[in-house]
Design a protein around this ligand. Sequence first.
Ligand SMILES: [Zn+2]
Length: 200
Amino acid sequence: MTSFPDPVARLIDEFRKLPGIGSKSAQRLVFHLIARPGDDIRSLAAAITDLEEGIRPCRTCHQITDIDPCAICIDPGRDHSVICVVERPSDVLAVEGSAEFRGLYHVLHGVLNPLAGIGPESLTIESLEQRLAPGTVHEVILATNAGVEGEATASYLARRLAAGNLRITRPAQGMPAGSELEYTDRLTLARALRGRRTMD
Ligand SMILES: [Zn+2]
């Protein structure tokens, strides 16, 4: 790879950091770009820059958005008494895709992982508690993934959030982890949400 001119080698390196892109694909993408008109390359570069500058977390639900609060949080047509708690921004898209849920979301931006030094303070849990404080939310669905950390995070949240008449539920099989998400069909996700159970 050192035989490539520096700008080419640098872009290949950047592409290789993306999920599902190996050295071969990265090289192919870069050489494809080199063959494109300069305008195409500039518009790609601008779109990437805008991603960094125009996107921020919603101050309420922490989903990434270009307007704050995000479109879901301010939608009067949604059920503001139910909050679905997920690990990642992409999980919101998956649940939306299932067309089974019409409430609001809360994105944790991770799961508890003591070995990696990720404790409750690293996640958006305090902000979730603030949303629950007024007592207008009646149900919290803990849709963290079905892995060990996802389960541990759900258990922790169920204990920490337990209060009065708040119903805390978990989808029948949790959420599929990471990249599995995009391969899970909408029906499976819809069924898991519909079959959610109250956590003890
Ligand atoms: Zn929001």
